[in-house]
Write a protein that binds this ligand. Structure first.
Ligand SMILES: [Zn+2]
Length: 321
């Protein structure tokens, strides 16, 4: 374990030196074309009329990494807490998950990562969701649907632990997985069961905030999915709008840290060249959320791996409602 940490630290420093030596620029905001105008949902003006919805977050694994490794401009000696999270949402019309984290077979599956990727993606304290639910007396069969922000190994790992759930992803996402497999951060064995009930999540052309497409999951404005481009293919973000008036935006892996949206700032160049399909598109998505935060400073943006943001919100058994 000690050897792993030392190797990761050396790798992080080498990456930083490499990126600095290349004179890597920060995200060039001025070069980004004007983004869509805001389309506000009138139902949010009277949030008490929204459906009773609550959510909690589970941590299925974790690691620590230098902030400089996580976002450009991050301090080298600040250790950022990385979580592999699952959002557990209860709505009167159904219980669903957003992402599935690390699953029960992760130790075996992890062996398929390419050798030079392994030190970067090493995790600690794996704790699959299905085991946590059992330990807490929650019936996992009540989860009817799992919506995946994207199909990377640390988001799709729990899928086969929920054989009765419908698994939602975009068609582009599944095509990208089939085309690139382990080359692009997927572990195909996590999703190779013939029993998986795949569903295609398709967006309507209805704009939502500064997104040109959206999907109102229950048709009541409480759960709205939007397309986020560039990290893999057909990535999905999720807005949760609560009757209390609180609003949350789960942004998958567009950045690994909220600071990425605030600054705005990418992952380091070498890392994004490894993990992002299209860096320019990711830059636009980062800027889109950055712009949204200016309009809605109280919008709680939650990158899937940002342990600090998730800790502030509170892990299970804390519920947000
Ligand atoms: Zn990812």
């Amino acid at each position: 374990m000690k050897l792993k940490i030392t190797f990761s630290a050396i790798l992080a420093v080498l990456l930083l030196v490499f990126c600095t030596a290349l004179g890597i620029p920060k995200l060039a905001v001025s070069e980004i074309p004007e983004l869509e105008k805001l389309s506000k949902d009138p139902r949010l003006e009277n949030p008490s009329g929204l459906s009773k919805l609550k959510f909690t977050i589970f941590k299925t694994g974790e690691k620590k990494a230098s902030s400089a490794f996580i976002f450009e401009g991050g301090p080298l000696f600040h250790r950022k807490q990385i979580y592999h999270s699952v959002v557990f949402v209860e709505h009167p019309k159904g219980t669903f998950l957003f992402d599935s984290g690390l699953g029960t077979q992760i130790q075996e599956q992890y062996k398929d990562h390419r050798f030079y990727v392994k030190p970067m993606v090493a995790y600690q304290n794996p704790n699959p969701l299905v085991s946590q639910l059992k330990a807490n007396g929650i019936d996992s069969d009540k989860i009817g649907d799992i919506v995946l922000s994207h199909l990377h190994w640390d988001h799709a790992g729990g899928v086969e632990d929920f054989p009765k759930a419908r698994i939602w992803s975009t068609e582009e996402g599944r095509r990208h997985l089939q085309e690139f497999g382990v080359q692009k951060g997927y572990l195909p064995k996590q999703l190779d069961s013939e029993n998986i009930i795949w569903k295609n999540l398709g967006f309507s052309s209805k704009p939502y905030e500064n997104y040109s497409k959206s999907l109102d999951w229950f048709g009541d404005g409480s759960v709205v999915f939007v397309p986020m481009e560039g990290h893999t293919a057909g990535d999905i973000g999720m807005f949760l709008n609560l009757p209390s008036g609180k609003r949350f935006f789960f942004t998958g892996d567009i950045t690994w840290a909220k600071e990425g949206f605030e600054i705005p700032s990418h992952r380091t160049r070498l890392l994004r060249s490894i993990v992002d399909r299209d860096q320019e598109l990711v830059g636009k998505e980062i800027y889109r959320v950055h712009s949204l935060l200016k309009v809605y400073p109280n919008l709680e943006v939650i990158p899937a791996h940002d342990g600090e943001v998730i800790d502030r919100l509170g892990l299970y058994p804390h519920w947000t409602e």
